[in-house]
Design a binder for this molecule. Structure first.
Ligand code: PEP
Length: 257
C-alpha cells in the first residue's frame, strides 16, 4: 500500500452467492463491523438482484456497492443484460470487468473488456479490471507478456482524464478459489508491472495514483503481508468476502493510517 499517492480498496466479489434475505442479514452485520473505516475504501460487489437492497442497507455508511458485470452497449435488444446507466442509477459505484470466470465461462475477450471499460466510464462507474495468467501461462514463462497485453487492451482509447477512475486487480487464475495464494513478492512484482505499463502510456503521475489490487485466495491470515507490499493497493476477495469475520479481518489489515 502507498496511501500517500493512492486509495487502498478492499472489494468483495460475492459471485453467485447469497439470496436477498441472506445478503441483508450479512450486510447489516458487516456494516456494524466496518461501516465507518477511514483509511481504506470497502466495496461489496453483490449479484445484480441484491443491489437495491444493498444500497438501502448501506446508505448511511461508508461501504460502497459494486456490480460484477456490465453490458457494453447503452441499451437495446440484449435479453438478460444490464447496462452501466442502470447500475449508475441504482447508486452503484464500482463494477468488476473481465473477471477470469467471465473470460473463461462466458468467452469474454480483451476487446470486449475494453468496450465494457468504456461503457462503465461513460456512465460514471469505476471499473475494477481483472487481469492475470493461468498456471500453464505462468509455467510457460509468459506471465509478464500476457498481463502487459491485457492491461494495454483494457486501456485502449481511454483518455487521460478518465483513466484515474480505473482500478486494476491482478488475479492469477491459479490462485482464485484454490486456496493457493501468490507470494507477496509475486503479487507485488506483477502489480508493479501493471503500474509500469500504465506509466508508459499515461506518465508517472497517473501511474502513481492508480489503485492496483491483488486477488486470489486472500484471507484473514495472508492479507497483512500482501497489503504491506508497496504496489499492492488492496484486494479483490472472493471466498473470504462471504464471511463477516474473515472480510472484516482483511479490511482491518488494510485500514492502517
Ligand atoms: C475472485 O474471484 O476474484 C477471487 C479472488 O476469489 P478467491 O478470493 O476466492 O480466490
Amino acid at each position: 500500500m502507498n496511501r500517500r499517492y493512492r486509495k487502498t480498496i478492499i472489494a468483495g466479489n460475492w459471485k453467485m452467492n447469497k439470496t436477498a434475505s441472506e445478503a441483508k442479514a450479512f450486510l447489516e452485520e458487516l456494516k456494524a463491523q466496518v461501516g465507518r473505516v477511514k483509511w481504506c475504501e470497502v466495496v461489496v460487489c453483490v449479484p445484480f438482484v441484491n443491489i437495491p437492497m444493498a444500497r438501502r442497507v448501506l446508505k448511511d455508511c461508508r461501504i460502497a456497492v459494486g456490480a460484477q458485470n456490465v453490458h457494453h452497449e447503452q441499451s437495446g435488444a440484449y435479453t438478460g443484460e444490464v447496462s452501466a446507466e442502470m447500475l449508475k442509477d441504482l447508486g452503484v459505484k464500482y463494477v468488476i470487468i473481465g473477471h477470469s470466470e467471465r473470460r473463461q465461462y462466458f468467452g469474454e475477450t480483451d476487446a470486449l473488456v475494453n468496450r465494457k471499460v468504456h461503457a462503465a466510464l461513460n456512465a460514471g462507474l469505476r471499473p475494477i479490471v481483472c487481469v492475470g495468467e493461468s498456471l500453464e501461462q505462468r509455467e510457460a514463462g509468459i506471465t509478464n507478456e500476457l498481463v502487459t497485453m491485457q492491461v494495454k487492451a483494457a486501456l485502449a482509447g481511454v483518455t487521460v482524464d478518465k483513466v484515474r477512475q480505473i482500478v486494476f486487480a491482478y488475479e492469477p487464475i491459479w490462485a482464485i478459489g484454490t486456496g493457493k495464494t501468490a507470494t507477496a513478492e509475486q503479487a507485488n512484482e506483477i502489480c508493479e508491472l501493471i503500474r509500469a505499463t500504465i506509466r508508459k502510456i499515461y506518465g508517472a503521475r497517473i501511474a502513481r495514483a492508480i489503485t492496483i489490487q491483488y486477488g486470489g485466495s486472500m484471507n484473514a491470515k495472508n492479507a497483512f503481508e500482501l497489503l504491506a507490499q508497496p504496489d499492492v493497493d488492496g484486494g479483490l476477495i472472493g471466498g473470504a468476502s462471504l464471511k463477516v469475520p474473515d472480510f472484516t479481518a482483511i479490511v482491518n489489515a488494510a485500514n492502517q493510517e
